[in-house]
Write a protein that binds this ligand. Structure first.
Ligand code: ANZ
Ligand code: ZN
Length: 892
């Protein structure tokens, strides 16, 4: 250990115990100013990594800050405890997922405690306990009653040699091989359970506009995922040469009805019912559908059929293809191909030798709104923007938007249609370690819900088999039908673990409740979560599902909030040499080692000061060490301070220290509000620097001023450095815990504080410049001359004025005009910089601020400093001064 160290292990253990004993982090029972701060709960892998540490330091610091501000804070933690890794680990280690998971939870909880995270552990939830997953099953019933559950066929990954269903993560590589046996995986259709999130699609997109506490990027990702598009469904008659209507009418969804005159082909998805019929009759179609079609391929592929489709607007006949870029679950599974105006259709047409016709031209500059422009050249690439219609019969000369409306209105059988990318949420997983879907299958009644009184349906003991252990649990599976009492078997699928995380934030408000998933009144008080923090990898699914659940719960359970998370912060990555830390890359830093060597406070402070929480940053051992040195020196500074040192009146230097203390509070408070911890912490650290400078400069520091400075520094640091702050607060004679103390208040607003600092900084910089340029080695005296008052008045007028001629307005003021040439020349300066002008401090405050800061200049240049009002100074010097920029006169 270096010289500069302190016994962090003892300090941290002491305060962790004291907090525990005093139940400092228990959520208050009576809630007046509820603030709900939440970090995304972790999967209990058994090891806390730096990403977790960053995530939970952010929430912990914010929760502590809000508590000191006087809020009632809910800051819970729990475990996203179901999932495939536990099942795999159990198989590898010859244990079972439950024991393995609880071991991991134990270890991680210990690691979290060693970080000093202030959670209300009474509210801990683990989703793998029957107490929790019972409510997943209960919600399944409620969703079912609300008509939001459906059972339909869907594809799953099937390994024919292991005879088991595989999760996507268990299918490996481009060749899609089984992870266990390396044989190719097939798709199989199985009956699956779905939650009908699409019922809420409109509300889910519409409300995104109101989520202004979320990052724009996440809002955009949500919009894209839902993918709402407005368009038209156009009816095409499909048939063959003998009977052009043999297959009746097939609708095609298009967002570009304005391009209908440019449709040169019609295409069906490979599993469209008509395509499936053709597979039987047409060898080429059979070959394509079964062996060539690749919806994930880079290039569109297809096969021409003998069918024709009739364009409902032009009456023209189009060749019909079966094509793999047409998706069966988008729109109607059929489309009109317009190669002139769609890139994919263009590529397809080039490949298949289909015509490419332009029917929309770019809108010409200064277009009169009716004339028809020349058709664009689309032979090389499609023109995909809106424009003006050409070669489109009576619609030629209309703009695209108008044309879409008219064509939709004029065409018989055409309808406006909205289309979403969002699909219903398939929640069936063929795995053991999840919530059993509460259904039994009866030969007579079909699938029947397990009655509420019989919940939870608990998982049976784990058995190690190739397939789903629930399938092998013969005894567990056998049951009776709740409807007819006959023999029935249990559903062996479990729920997607995203179900668990879609409402865990509601469980925390009343974690022990046993007759409902959450207490409505409590939830109405605490919800929505004020600040949610987590990884960007959850920006789509988890957040969307949580939003969906919240809306259903609002509609069905009387929750008074329709959105779960008011503010969302997606924290950046912790990197090592520019690369995200990851186990697979082997470039991780162990939080445990850092805590042992330097303490949790150092780890927390280093992370929070390194960058804004949204940004990625590089972990450096040197940065950690210098953070540790800072804390060590802070501790010494407090310990060396003897309270009861000189009091009485403050001198100018003490005034400066006092005003810096206020400034630190004013700025840090706003930065904590914005979660820009790095800027807030800079304030506290600079204040510590100022105090140290003061101690070294003054023979006798002013006791109350110094003590307040230390006290403020400790409080400002305490959300991020909770243990050492507690120790120092105690040393300074603070009452109770700093964790429960009040946040400091400031005698200035942030704007004034900032102006004062700029004034002092600029003045010091000006002195430096002059000393350097004039080559002054040893100044004898430095005068700092404050601007005459009339210049402050002139600036004030200039900031306020919107007159064209500023100078004549200024000259309208007698006391300014009296200044003659000086006024004219200053007026010209103001006129020239008008756009950039802003108010400075008033003359008296400027004078006082400089007097208070004079010691800094004295100390730096080792010469006496006088701060002089213009009236007492030489005119030649005083005239050079401006508001916020005193003139400097150095005597050699
Ligand atoms: C004609 C057209 C002309 C289209 C044009 C676009 C541009 P995007 O492309 O994201 O806006 N479409 C319809 N059903 C489809 C299906 N089942 N599978 C794949 N694509 C399908 O999405 C809307 C467009 O996707 C629709 O508008 C349709 O092509 C295509 F100049 O119709 B369009
Ligand atoms: Zn039955």
């Amino acid at each position: 250990m270096s010289d500069e160290s302190y016994d962090h292990a003892a300090v941290e253990a002491r305060w962790q115990d004291a907090w525990d004993d005093a139940e400092v982090y228990r959520t208050p029972d009576d809630v007046e100013d509820p603030t709900y701060v939440l970090g995304m709960y972790p999967y209990p892998s058994g090891k806390l990594h730096m990403g977790h540490v960053r995530n939970y330091t952010i929430t912990d610091a914010y929760a502590r800050y809000r508590r000191m501000r006087g809020d009632d804070v809910l800051h819970p933690m729990g475990w996203d405890a179901f999932g495939l890794p536990a099942e795999n680990a159990a198989k590898e280690r010859d244990t079972n997922p439950r024991d393995w998971t609880f071991d991991c939870i134990d270890t991680m909880k210990g690691q979290m405690e060693s970080m000093g995270f202030g959670y209300d552990w009474d509210r801990e939830v683990a989703t793998c306990t029957p107490d929790y997953y019972k409510w997943n099953q209960w919600f399944f019933r409620r969703f079912h009653e609300a008509g939001l559950v459906d059972r339909r066929d869907a594809d799953v990954n099937w390994c024919p040699s292991c005879e088991t269903v595989l999760a996507d993560e268990q299918v490996e590589g481009e060749e899609e091989l089984c992870w266990r046996c390396d044989n190719p995986v097939e798709q199989r259709e199985l009956s699956q359970w779905f939650l009908e999130i699409t019922e809420y699609a409109d509300e889910l997109v519409d409300y995104i506009d109101e989520l202004d506490g979320w990052p724009d990027s996440v809002r955009q990702m949500q919009r894209n995922w839902i993918g709402r598009q407005y368009g038209t469904r156009l009816p095409f008659a499909v048939g063959d040469a003998d009977d052009p209507e043999r297959y009746g009418t097939v609708e095609a969804f298009t967002t570009r009805a304005d391009t209908v005159f440019g449709a040169t082909f019609f295409a069906l998805a490979p599993d469209h019912p008509i395509a499936e019929e053709l597979v039987e009759a047409d060898d080429a179609v059979h070959e394509f559908v079964h062996h060539e079609a690749d919806p994930d391929g880079d290039e569109p592929n297809g096969v021409e059929t003998d069918l024709v489709a009739t364009n409902p607007v032009t009456g023209g006949e189009l060749p019909v293809f079966v094509a793999d870029f047409v998706l069966s679950d988008v729109g109607t599974g059929a489309l009109m191909g317009v190669p002139g105006h769609d890139d994919r259709d263009h590529a397809f047409a080039e490949k298949m030798g289909v015509d490419i016709d332009p029917v929309v031209a770019p809108e010409p500059d200064g277009w009169d709104g009716e004339s028809v422009p020349d058709a664009p050249d689309v032979s090389e690439s499609a023109f995909t923007d809106d424009g003006v219609l050409v070669d489109s019969g009576e619609y030629s000369g209309l703009d695209s938007e108008t044309a879409r409306e008219r064509i939709t209105a004029d065409t018989e059988g055409a309808e406006e249609a909205t289309q979403y990318r969002l699909r219903d949420w398939g929640i069936s997983r063929q795995r053991y370690w999840g919530t059993p879907i509460p259904v039994v299958h009866c030969d007579d009644c079909g699938p029947v819900l397990v009655p509420e009184d019989d919940l939870p349906v608990e998982l049976p003991e784990f058995v190690n088999t190739t397939g789903n252990p629930l399938d092998a649990a013969e005894e567990w599976k056998r049951t009776t039908c709740p409807d007819c009492g006959g023999d029935a078997v249990r559903e062996t699928d479990t729920m997607d673990t995203f179900v668990d995380s879609s409402w865990y934030f509601l469980r925390y408000v009343s974690p022990d409740l046993d007759d409902a998933p959450f207490d409505r009144a409590q939830a109405n008080d605490w919800m929505p979560v004020d600040q949610y923090v987590g990884g960007i990898e959850h920006a789509v699914m988890h957040l969307l599902y949580s939003r969906f659940f919240t809306k259903v719960v609002a509609d069905e359970e009387g929750l008074e909030h329709r959105e779960p998370f008011t503010n969302l912060l997606a924290q950046g990555m912790v990197q090592l040499e520019g690369e995200a830390m990851s186990k697979s890359k082997g470039n991780t830093v162990s939080p445990q080692r850092i805590v042992e060597e330097y303490g949790a406070d150092t780890a927390r402070l280093f992370m929070m000061q390194a960058a804004q929480p949204e940004r990625d940053f590089d972990w450096t051992e040197e940065g950690v060490r210098s953070t540790y040195r800072f804390l060590t020196r802070l501790k010494e500074l407090v310990e060396d301070f003897e309270s009861g040192a000189a009091d009485g009146d403050r001198d100018a230097v003490a005034e400066y220290v006092e005003s810096e203390t206020d400034a630190a509070v004013a700025v840090a408070t706003e930065e904590y509000d914005d979660l820009t911890f790095n800027v807030a912490l800079r304030q506290a650290q600079d204040l510590v620097g100022t105090l140290r400078g003061y101690r070294d400069y003054a023979d006798d520091v002013h006791g109350p001023t110094f003590e307040r400075g230390l006290d403020v520094a400790v409080r400002l640091l305490s959300p991020v450095v909770p243990h050492l702050a507690e120790e120092l607060y105690d040393e300074l004679g603070g009452d109770g815990f700093v964790a429960e103390a009040d946040w400091p208040s400031a005698a200035v607003d942030r704007g004034t504080a900032r102006k004062r600092r700029n004034l002092v900084e600029n003045t010091r910089e000006d002195v430096r410049q002059i000393v350097e340029v004039a080559g002054i080695d040893d100044p004898e005296r430095i005068d700092v001359v404050v601007t005459p008052e009339w210049k402050f008045d002139a600036l004030e007028i200039a900031v306020e004025s919107d007159a064209d001629n500023l100078i004549s307005e200024l000259m309208g003021e007698d006391h300014i005009r009296e200044q003659g040439d000086a006024a004219a020349s200053y007026g010209q300066d103001l006129q020239a910089e008008r756009e950039a002008l802003s108010r400075t401090l008033d003359p008296e405050t400027e004078y006082e601020s400089l007097v208070a800061a004079a010691w800094l200049i004295e100390r730096e240049f080792d010469a006496p400093v006088r701060v002089v009002r213009a009236a007492e100074a030489d005119d030649g010097v005083a005239n050079k001064a401006e508001p916020g920029r005193p003139a400097i006169d150095i005597v050699e």
